[in-house]
Design a protein around this ligand. Structure first.
Ligand SMILES: CC(C)(COP(=O)(O)OP(=O)(O)OC[C@H]1O[C@@H](n2cnc3c(N)ncnc32)[C@H](O)[C@@H]1OP(=O)(O)O)[C@@H](O)C(=O)NCCC(=O)NCCS
Length: 153
């Protein structure tokens, strides 16, 4: 298992991975915009991928505008047939390591209460994130915006 920064030739494989995820068309469109920003080395967006040996996971994160040392994790996903083996945890931990080395103080994550039938929120809580905010019916009735945060040591 290897974690590395993606390069432009990795775009199609990452887009295919995102396309196979449990996401709505507008979510996929947003994810691809972020991917292109990260591959284009836009200042605010970065990505990491996991190969095992094929591409099995992807994360996109970046500095939160107007903050001194806060970063957002915008997107993380593991291929369906590779889930439950600790790859998501390893990728999030590597993201935290990269950001800590850069002086990050806080990581924020916004997600849907229904993502993975609530599994996404539980995944982040298992990684040490705390629920710090909720807007009911944010995405649509019954689908809330959950904000999680983690202070880095
Ligand atoms: C959420 C996701 C990234 C987790 O990746 P993963 O590699 O399967 O997770 P891991 O094997 O590293 O699990 C780490 C911990 O989170 C827990 N966890 C992971 N997915 C979970 C789920 N759906 N429900 C409950 N707990 C879950 C695991 O049980 C494990 O807990 P432990 O510390 O008690 O062992 C992956 O399931 C995924 O890509 N889902 C679809 C996309 C998505 O929802 N992304 C997040 C929002 S953008």
């Amino acid at each position: 298992m290897r974690i590395r920064s993606p390069l432009p030739p990795d775009r199609d494989a990452i887009a295919a991975l995102i396309g196979r995820g449990p996401f709505r068309p507008e979510e996929i469109s947003c994810a691809l915009d972020l991917l292109d920003a990260a591959l284009g080395r836009a200042d605010s967006y970065e990505a990491l991928i996991v190969e095992d040996p094929a591409l099995v996971a992807y994360v996109c994160f970046g500095a939160t505008p107007m903050t001194q040392a806060t970063f957002d994790v915008y997107w993380i996903m593991v291929a369906t047939d590779a889930q439950g083996r600790g790859l998501g945890r390893a990728l999030l931990a590597e993201t935290e390591r990269v950001l800590m080395a850069r002086g990050a103080a806080t990581i924020r994550i916004e997600t849907s209460s229904l993502e993975g039938q609530g599994g996404a929120v539980r995944f982040y809580e298992r990684a040490g994130f705390s629920r710090v905010g909720l807007i009911e019916d944010f995405y649509r009735p019954g689908d809330d915006l959950v904000t999680l945060a983690k202070r880095l040591q």
